[in-house]
Design a protein around this ligand. Structure first.
Ligand code: ATP
Ligand code: MG
Length: 237
């Protein structure tokens, strides 16, 4: 683990995230020379998270209690596993998944990136892979010179994966159905933590994603309905 110099928590809008974990900016910038200590891992993780969080969501803070609980549970499991293995740092490798469901513009992606940022400041290593479902299908289209199976495994085997907008877009094709099944099935069988957002109504999940994908999602994920108005259109919409 690389030694990471102190950082200004205001620059990354970390103060609300720290407060939720009953931690302070002083804790984050603890200079105890221990590269494996929670504060150094947290500083390192803040930089890693900033690389994958899109600019629009750079200050996102998750509001939903289910997200905080999910993060706390993942962190607890990671610490227990670290102690069993006597590993120098705790890392997220296995655990439950979360499915954020709600209509367009209610803040699902905001909540998801809020989770990425919040996990960063726990001091637990979370090696996220993030992708929108549409980009995933585009990247996995068989192309000359691209090993799409290796590319697929980058997602299926990711230690923690965010799939944004599963089930959005046009009619599902045999190709996208196959990707969805292989991806979800692998993550289901190996209990790999996955954060999924979707604007498909709960009653339409089976029709949209197929019974076999939906059945696995129901077992592996806690479903979190996100309600409200389309924030992009403002309060009046
Ligand atoms: N809790 C929040 N506080 C402030 N802004 C928010 C919050 N949640 C969402 N927003 C803003 O509202 C807009 C829509 O949010 P977001 O993109 O997360 O919606 P979504 O549910 O993912 O929509 P879609 O289904 O179209 O992908 C964005 O500009 C986002 O930054
Ligand atoms: Mg979204």
């Amino acid at each position: 683990m690389q030694w990471t110099p102190p950082l200004d928590p205001r620059q990354y809008d970390l103060l609300p995230l720290l407060a939720r974990q009953n931690r302070t900016a002083d804790w984050l910038n603890t200079d105890d020379g221990d590269p494996y200590g929670l504060p150094n891992v947290a500083r390192w993780s803040v930089h890693q998270a900033a690389k994958i969080v899109p600019f629009r969501f750079r200050s996102a803070t998750a509001q939903r209690p289910e997200i905080h609980t999910w993060i706390d549970n993942l962190a607890t499991e990671a610490i227990a596993e670290q102690q069993r293995r006597k590993a120098p740092v705790a890392s997220i490798n296995r655990g439950p998944s979360l499915l954020l469901l709600g209509p367009t513009g209610v803040g699902k992606t905001h909540e998801a990136y809020g989770a990425v940022r919040e996990l960063a400041i726990t001091g637990i290593v979370a090696r996220w892979t993030v992708v929108t479902a549409a980009d995933l299908y585009a990247q996995l289209q068989p192309r000359h010179g691209i090993d799409s199976e290796a590319e697929f495994q980058r997602y299926s085997k990711a230690s923690i994966l965010l799939v944004d907008d599963l089930g959005a877009g046009g009619k599902i094709s045999e190709f996208t159905e196959g990707i969805n099944f292989r991806l979800i099935n692998h993550r289901y069988e190996n209990q790999l933590p996955t954060l999924i957002t979707s604007n498909v109504l709960p009653k339409d999940l089976s029709a949209r994603l197929g019974d076999r994908v939906t059945s696995r999602l129901v077992e592996m994920c806690q479903r979190v309905p996100i309600t409200g108005h389309d924030r992009r259109r403002g309060e009046a919409a």
